[in-house]
Ligand binder design. Sequence first.
Ligand SMILES: NC(=O)c1ccc[n+]([C@@H]2O[C@H](COP(=O)([O-])OP(=O)(O)OC[C@H]3O[C@@H](n4cnc5c(N)ncnc54)[C@H](OP(=O)(O)O)[C@@H]3O)[C@@H](O)[C@H]2O)c1
Length: 335
Amino acid sequence: MSNDLPSSMTAIEIASPGGPQVLRPVRRPVPQPGGGEVLIRVAAAGVNRPDVLQRKGLYPPPPGASDIPGLELAGQIVRVGPEVGEWAVGDQVCALVAGGGYAEYALAPAVQCLPIPRGLTPEQAAALPETVFTVYYNVWERSRLQPGDWLLVHGGSSGIGTTAILLAKAFGAQVIVTAGSGEKCAACLRLGADVAIDYKHVDFVAATLTATQGRGADVILDMVGGDYLARDIAAAAPDARIAVIATQGGRTAEIDLAVLMGKRLMIGGSALRPQTIERKGAIASALRRVIWPLIEAHGLHLPIHATFPLAEAARAHALMESGAHIGKIVLRAQT
Ligand SMILES: NC(=O)c1ccc[n+]([C@@H]2O[C@H](COP(=O)([O-])OP(=O)(O)OC[C@H]3O[C@@H](n4cnc5c(N)ncnc54)[C@H](OP(=O)(O)O)[C@@H]3O)[C@@H](O)[C@H]2O)c1
């Protein structure tokens, strides 16, 4: 146990629900790890769309989670709580957390930590957990993606979308994405997507059916919802699996159940953050077995659109809300 830690740290607080300007640097006590937790000196923290929803007051932290935003980070373990077997002070890890990432020090459940993949910088590793846990859980664990399957991903240039492209291509699947501009489509193709559909000008249902010789997509990862669900069903292959992970296009949908039955489709939905530590730990174990070898063998790293100092988290959120980014946005916690 190291005793030379400061007693306080810089963290980013949400002063009140609102625009990016409500994110402000404050001094907070350095937290102490409890049972099953480690304390990480944060090198970098990823910024994700759910952080923007939290800042606006639309996505409160689950009970017991830090009020400081930030769902993923990478850095060095500096303290280990009771009942932690696997990790030791000095280990370099990235971690999924239910909050607290926008800070110089953060607690993480030990089971939600993973080693920084070989060849990645802490900034690149900090960009992984939230989207890799989400994509793996929805596309692999729940939707059972197979090599050779066609995967349709909406929002291909998002953090989630770029993660899905890289992982699914390394796994041997074929990937179709939708994105909102020619520039974003070109970026998705450069990352390895087989087909990129500018959904503002081209109907993604027709384009998906054309790309798959009329068969449709085997797995669909949908962050739009609303009227996209009926269109997903039209673009789905027989026996396809559809995973809904956000409702940016609306919370309700009208679908033709006869088509659902006729194609034998499965529709599921999930949110990562409210799940238990045990379940997230199980996802972390599967990631280490299935996805970490892919990342290391293929030298995968997500595109990082921009990096900001921690104190400039407001600028990072303004960029995310502009929608101009391609890939991830990262905060650098140590100067
Ligand atoms: N359920 C979960 O467990 C979970 C976990 C993490 C994230 N998420 C959700 O996943 C989404 C992506 O997260 P992120 O951090 O990767 O965010 P991000 O990088 O900001 O991406 C958001 C994406 O949504 C796309 N989009 C928005 N409205 C759209 C529409 N009407 N039609 C098509 N695309 C649309 C945008 O694409 P264009 O610019 O091309 O329009 C943009 O690429 C967010 O909605 C987030 O809340 C869910």
